[in-house]
Design a protein around this ligand. Sequence first.
Ligand SMILES: Nc1ncnc2c1ncn2[C@@H]1O[C@H](COP(=O)(O)OP(=O)(O)OP(=O)(O)O)[C@@H](O)[C@H]1O
Ligand SMILES: Nc1ncnc2c1ncn2[C@@H]1O[C@H](COP(=O)(O)OP(=O)(O)OP(=O)(O)O)[C@@H](O)[C@H]1O
Ligand SMILES: [Mg+2]
Ligand SMILES: [Mg+2]
Lengths: 259, 259
Amino acid sequence: PPRVLTIANQKGGVGKTTSAVNLAAALSQHGLRALVIDLDPQGNASTALAVPHAAGSPSMYDVVVKGKPLGDVVVAAPDLPGLCCAPATIDLAGAEIELVPVVAREMRLRKALTSYLRTAEVDYVIIDCPPSLGLLTVNALVAAQEVLIPVQCEYYALEGLSQLVHTIDLVQTELNPELEISTLLLTMYDARTKLADAVAEDVRAHFGRRVLDTIIPRSVRISEAPGFGQTILSYDPGSRGARAYVQAAAELAAAAVSP
Amino acid sequence: PPRVLTIANQKGGVGKTTSAVNLAAALSQHGLRALVIDLDPQGNASTALAVPHAAGSPSMYDVVVKGKPLGDVVVAAPDLPGLCCAPATIDLAGAEIELVPVVAREMRLRKALTSYLRTAEVDYVIIDCPPSLGLLTVNALVAAQEVLIPVQCEYYALEGLSQLVHTIDLVQTELNPELEISTLLLTMYDARTKLADAVAEDVRAHFGRRVLDTIIPRSVRISEAPGFGQTILSYDPGSRGARAYVQAAAELAAAAVSP
Ligand SMILES: Nc1ncnc2c1ncn2[C@@H]1O[C@H](COP(=O)(O)OP(=O)(O)OP(=O)(O)O)[C@@H](O)[C@H]1O
Ligand SMILES: Nc1ncnc2c1ncn2[C@@H]1O[C@H](COP(=O)(O)OP(=O)(O)OP(=O)(O)O)[C@@H](O)[C@H]1O
Ligand SMILES: [Mg+2]
Ligand SMILES: [Mg+2]
């Protein structure tokens, strides 16, 4: 069965979208079929994959709020064989309010994904979330078996982690017993920042083997790529950033096979 | 009357907290009395000002959800004369749900702030928001007369701006006719990033004179300061980052006097 990972962290700007997009691209470059589901109304993952997502166009809003089949909104990411995307539009910003009266509103994505995966040929599903622990992120946590937490190597990064772990525990107990925090990825590591090493050590002390060995460096090239509608692997394949994401994806894939 | 500014942008990690804390510190260094209200459950602004904010301690949760007077939770920021803080605790994460049935739930902060300002001696109130456009941010937009939008000089920064402007317009029409986007501050500018200038130019083209001339550079020292419970002005007063925030605060203060 396909692996379904949610990329979650309510702290903003820690590299959720960048990790979702570049890990998926690296996996698809190695012949695996990957689907990125964009659940952030800002649609940054859709932008990074050059998938149109103007307001009103088919998107995850139709799936989560209107109950449309996921297959109706999935599109191939241009120039990225093996990689598809279910885009987000700004309409998704209304989902939290529109779903308040709906029964089983936390299960909307899980239901849509389960029926999609009955026929679709996908190895990895990666769900990008907004920077909050609201209903959209909860839908992603209910739909996935694994959570990947990007942790920025800066001081504020540690503050939100216990709240995130607490929310994941809650979802696991009440809504999705299979859910586990399988992976943490250290991002935007800048050796010049005092504390970067302290943050990395602290995270490894708390989460042990779940923290990937690969650390993503802070790199200007990574932040330029979305401006050209490209992943870092297409934009600058030889860069430190691209190599780090390829290595992280290989580690992630290898972790799947070991018991 | 005091100026009340809300620092808002639903894009994560763009420098909302860093700008709230360092602008307030720079204003208080010039003899103005400043209050930082932390409305983000993660409590990053409280951390940066070294104000304790363990779960359950007096905080903005008591004010917004329990109706406690704001004066009961305001504390002096240690070592920063003229600067006070109303801290946030993790309890605030439940506010959106707990306030769903409450009448006039968008006005909770405004009511608390209005009665506090009847007796308190404050020149600037700066409200830090979480990276979302939910009820906490709406409370901040209703309580303020001005919005300051930090805009990170990176590609994704532009995507969320129109949604933010739309939400502010809505709050202005429905809840707070005085509200205006008075200020935009360009942050984390790194001349090496190809698009940084393009983002800055685009923002100036859209928002004109509301964009401060001062641009905050990306600087490792800025990101280190919160790890020591200090603002950049205390941590490294001679740094580019500290000078930029002092200059931005001076520009902000000067803008108040001109018609
Ligand atoms: N390793 C890196 N080096 C340099 N810049 C990076 C790196 N990773 C991400 N960025 C840039 O930092 C910013 C934040 O990253 P990104 O948008 O992926 O974070 P996010 O967690 O998805 O943010 P949000 O909380 O708003 O969803 C973006 O401008 C992105 O291009
Ligand atoms: N000018 C700067 N140069 C370098 N690092 C910065 C700068 N401004 C902020 N930072 C760092 O970038 C990260 C994001 O900044 P900050 O937390 O202030 O953003 P935010 O918008 O408040 O985030 P959130 O959306 O989570 O509330 C922090 O680790 C902060 O220390
Ligand atoms: Mg994102
Ligand atoms: Mg913040």
